[in-house]
Design a protein around this ligand. Structure first.
Ligand code: PMV
Length: 334
């Protein structure tokens, strides 16, 4: 039997970083996916295959032993898969070994939710081999798995990758895409570490307690206004709010000159106003909301600009639509 689950990547429209400190956020799933396929083996091992390489570790209830193997093989990014596989195998008497294969079209480490989508798809695929699952169970397992690489996660990313669509977090209320926008995503190709960026923001908070608390209040107010503007079909005020959110992200120091230069390039195009960082920042991607009918001409202009500029040459730019499916999972008898 094979168990297959796929989950979408994501962007954060509003509230990254502040959400870790209890504010709301607005996120959307995007039409780029990761697929995880799991099957039983007789080997008493957990084998994980992905674009990043492969690892095979013995099934073990010892956390230290698993950790040692992953560190020794430089594959700590595989922790969530091994964690989930060990968790179910250790609770199932008849389980033997597992082989887990990951296929992803989500760029890695640039704020598009590749790690969260992997955790969600892995939870659905691995646990789907053993039992019937609900989306809520998949979400809870995926957050547990994500905590093995990033203990401070807000859980927002796994939530949107599970349920799909555009959502307010933590309420998980769905928000319609009222003015048919498409997402323009420009990848700085600078990988970032979410953990490091979040630690940096924690330091900022420690040193600027009062201002950080004001920024959290401002972010909450902004998100409440954006939700009302979306309902009232006000695309321009939503875009302006993105610029304001970007100012807050600049203030907590998760931006840098390369990202600002990219945002200035985008901003010169009248179809592509008010870009902002999405995700942890310090690298990764910037996004802009573009009217659906203008996205292709906008992409063309931005790509030409990137090719012409020495500064932006190695960047990539693409469009994305909002994914409405979230995680999907099924089993196949062989
Ligand atoms: O860059 P990403 O995709 O890892 O997004 C991180 C978002 C943060 O708000 C910075 C962290 C979190 O857990 O919400």
């Amino acid at each position: 039997m094979k168990s297959i689950a796929s989950a979408p990547g994501k962007i954060i429209l509003f509230g990254e970083h502040f959400v870790v400190h209890g504010t709301k956020a607005i996120l959307a799933a995007i039409d780029k996916r990761v697929t995880v396929t799991s099957s039983f083996t007789n080997n008493k091992t957990i084998k994980v295959n992905s674009q990043l390489g492969s690892i095979e570790v013995p099934i073990s209830s010892s956390h230290e032993e698993v950790e040692h193997r992953l560190l020794y093989n430089h594959k700590t990014e595989f922790r969530p898969f091994v964690y989930l596989a060990n968790k179910i195998i250790n609770s199932e008497q008849n389980a033997s070994g597992l082989e887990i294969t990951i296929d992803s079209d989500i760029p890695i480490g640039v704020g598009l939710g590749s790690s969260s989508a992997c955790c969600v798809a892995a939870a659905g695929s691995i646990f789907g081999l053993f039992k019937e699952l609900s989306s809520e169970e998949i979400l809870n397992l995926s957050i547990e798995a994500e905590k093995t690489i990033f203990p401070d996660t807000s859980g927002a990313d796994c939530t949107v990758c599970t349920y799909g669509g555009m959502i307010e977090y933590p309420s998980i209320e769905k928000i319609d895409n009222p003015f048919d926008f498409a997402l323009l995503i420009a990848n700085s190709m600078i990988p970032h570490s979410t953990k490091r960026s979040v630690e940096k923001v924690n330091k900022f908070k420690e040193n600027n307690e009062e201002r950080f608390s004001q920024l959290c209040d401002l972010e909450t107010k902004l998100i409440d206004e954006v939700i009302a503007d979306m309902k009232n079909n006000n695309p321009n005020t939503v875009r302006l709010a993105m610029s304001l959110n970007q100012e807050y992200l600049e203030e907590i120091q998760v931006s840098n000159e390369k990202l600002r230069e990219m945002m200035r390039s985008l901003q010169e195009d009248p179809l592509c106003l008010h870009p902002k960082i999405t995700g942890a920042g310090d690298g990764g991607c910037v996004i802009a909301l573009v009217a659906g009918e203008s996205i292709n001409s906008c992409l063309e202009t931005v790509r030409k600009k990137f090719t012409a500029s020495v500064w932006n040459q190695d960047k990539e730019c693409f469009s994305a639509k909002i994914d409405t499916k979230g995680v999907v999972w099924s089993t196949i008898e062989e």
